[in-house]
Design a protein around this ligand. Structure first.
Ligand SMILES: [Fe+2]
Length: 305
């Protein structure tokens, strides 16, 4: 039987079939079973689609086993082991469990967090390239993930603010974030804090695969701008974050079991939406792919105008 793409979908020039999730960000990828090894051409097409579209949705990956999630993710780079080791999946330390479920008196995953806009591991010297998030269980209502596209946010930002940001770096600080937003969890140990000192990154980064610029800020992981105090920085961070998360830049993903979303941490920020954490169950598995050090290609003459 001949299979034709639906009218809203079309093979890309690189050979995989996709359809847009929103006009500005994200595509659904059709016809790929992530439990099977991808050939090199398909892998390259997926990689390119990620760089161009920032979010890839793969539906109906219900049979994807932890080892297969790890194998797929590892095709894109080395995988991180999260500093909070309590929530790594037993037997698969590359998988970080995000869940409100309690078994045998303990939380099986990171809970009550991620409700604030962030890019995963932005506080590392070499932050994450991307994250692969698999839905195992999800509530009927709530618990969605929202993504904001940082290419478009950068491109539409006011020229004066662009010029200001091009000349600055931001201090990303997980220990500050943890103490501020995650005080309901067990405090970080001194050893954990020592592994994640504050790190400065450009506020705007050149995407290493597309060459496009993307805003690289979030108000929950950035403590302050370099050379400025927290109090001086916060109003500007809040202003930029509010703009960058305007509805026209945002895709809200309503999860179904079997969904896998692969997002590019170099060109998006994201957050979790609330749900009934006492009465409903949500269990997600995440792998986090190591990236490279953020950089900004800048011609000094750009700042002369
Ligand atoms: Fe996250």
């Amino acid at each position: 039987m001949e299979v034709r793409p639906t009218p809203s979908s079309a093979p890309t020039s690189s050979g995989i079939e996709t359809s847009p999730l929103t006009p500005s960000i994200g595509v659904e990828v059709h016809g790929i079973d992530l439990s099977r090894p991808l050939d090199d051409a398909t892998l390259a097409a997926v990689r390119r689609a990620l760089a161009d579209n920032s979010i890839l949705l793969f539906r109906e990956q219900t049979d994807l086993a932890p080892a297969e999630l790890v194998a797929f993710s590892a095709r894109f780079g080395p995988l991180e082991h999260h500093v909070v080791s309590d929530f790594l999946l037993p037997g698969h330390p590359e998988i970080f469990v995000v869940s409100n479920i309690v078994e045998n008196g303990r939380h099986i995953g990171a809970y009550g967090g991620a409700k604030w806009w962030h890019s995963d591991l932005s506080y590392m010297p070499e932050p994450s390239l991307g994250s692969v998030f698999q839905c195992i269980e999800c509530p009927r209502d709530g618990g969605e993930t929202e993504f904001a596209g940082m290419y478009a946010a950068w491109e539409e930002l006011a020229p004066d603010r662009q010029r200001w940001l091009l000349q600055r770096r931001a201090i990303h600080d997980y220990a500050w974030h943890y103490a501020t937003y995650l005080s309901h969890r067990k405090p970080l140990t001194e050893e954990q804090k020592a592994r994640i000192p504050p790190t400065a990154h450009p506020c705007v980064r050149t995407h290493p695969e597309t060459g496009r610029r993307a805003l690289y800020l979030s108000s929950s992981l950035v403590h302050r701008f370099e050379g400025m105090s927290f109090e001086e920085s916060r109003p500007i961070l809040d202003e930029v974050n509010e703009f960058a998360t305007s509805p026209r830049f945002v895709y809200r993903h309503r999860w179904r079991p079997g969904d896998v979303v692969f997002w590019d941490n170099r060109s998006t920020i994201h957050r979790a939406c609330p749900f009934d954490e006492q009465g409903a169950r949500r269990r997600m598995h995440r792998t986090t792919i190591k990236g490279d050090r953020p950089f900004l290609e800048l011609d000094p003459s750009e700042l002369d105008a």
